[in-house]
Ligand binder design. Structure first.
Ligand code: C2E
Ligand code: MG
Ligand code: MG
Ligand code: MG
Length: 281
């Protein structure tokens, strides 16, 4: 409460809102430019086996280093991209770039072990009528097997029309791509629904991992739910050895988080995790 507004919240709230609207509008416009100039960087956060501590895959996370505003986190620009519909172009370009990376890595490493790369896909992109054909077409273009990729969808996707979702999932899964439900446990997916859904992995949300000492029974419940439904689990946001140990005891065999690695810029990820075996001349 400032003196100037004389205790009237409305007058102080209004200009702030207007400012925010302008900012949103500007960012939306700049997002359009960012798409055209490929201003987004792909970061890769590896995933690990919780006992062996070996890499099992990696998740692609978008970074936008804005020329004037500096770093804008995805939690800010993704919702704006979703509201404006720009998310579809952004995510299709991410898919395309990741496939190009995979094709390059396969060539560079002489087809040695390449980690499976997961991509976050928003509900809007996922529900596009031609999404599965786009995905299949791009795989063919890069001559890739779908099993090198995973799509992370949120429970918001799962909450949509069951028949439609399952028909999209079935088409996608024919390519071999794996499907995971991101931030699992924070949405409202019904258990009945989950059983019918053709997904492979539950990503246990980091909020449960942060205070796993209080959430042990929740994580244990998700773990046994997954086992009963023949799904795999991965815990995200693992930061401490204590959290890792708790997860090991609960039978969660895959983890992701700062304890093992932060999201890395593409060159750093490549030099750390993609073997560079020279192709025979
Ligand atoms: P997410 O998919 O659940 O990704 C996990 C987020 O947790 C990432 O934040 C990651 O950097 C962060 N993280 C990883 N390990 C740890 C840890 O040990 N501790 C903590 N505190 N955080 C950790 P980031 O990169 O800021 O991304 C935030 C969200 O933005 C993502 O959540 C995802 O929902 C969204 N996002 C990022 N890129 C894309 C994209 O291409 N498409 C869509 N639809 N969403 C994206
Ligand atoms: Mg994710
Ligand atoms: Mg997540
Ligand atoms: Mg999350």
């Amino acid at each position: 409460q400032t003196k100037e507004n004389g205790g009237n919240n409305y007058t102080v709230f209004q200009p702030e809102m207007a400012e925010k609207q302008v900012l949103r509008f500007e960012i939306e416009h700049e997002l359009q430019e960012a798409i055209e100039t490929q201003a987004f960087d792909l970061y890769f956060q590896p995933k690990f086996h919780s006992f062996k501590r070996t890499i099992t895959g990696a998740e692609v996370l978008l970074r936008w280093n804005h020329p004037e505003r500096g770093f804008i986190p995805p939690n800010i620009f993704i919702p704006i991209a979703e509201e404006s519909g720009l998310i579809v172009a952004i995510e299709r370009s991410v898919i395309e770039r990741v496939m190009a990376c995979l094709a390059k890595w396969l060539e560079e490493t002489n087809e040695c072990t390449i980690p499976c790369i997961s991509i976050n896909v928003s509900v809007i992109t996922f529900l596009q009528d031609d999404f599965s054909s786009f995905f299949r077409d791009r795989l063919n273009h890069y001559n890739l097997d779908g099993s090198l990729l995973e799509l992370e969808i949120t429970e918001r996707v799962v909450m949509q029309n069951e028949t439609k979702i399952n028909s999209i999932l079935q088409k996608l899964r024919k390519t071999g791509v794996k499907i995971s439900i991101d931030d699992f446990g924070t949405g409202y997916s019904s258990l009945n629904y989950l059983d019918k859904l053709e997904v492979d992995i539950l990503k246990i949300d980091q909020t449960f991992i942060q205070h796993i000492e209080y959430n042990q029974s929740i994580v244990a419940t998700i773990q046994s739910l997954a086992e009963n439904l023949k799904l795999h689990t991965i815990a995200e946001g693992v930061e401490t050895e204590a959290q890792l140990q708790a997860l090991q005891e609960l039978g969660c065999t895959e983890v992701q988080g700062y304890l093992f690695s932060k999201p890395l810029p593409q060159p750093d990820f490549e030099s750390a995790y993609i073997m560079h075996i020279p192709v025979d001349a």
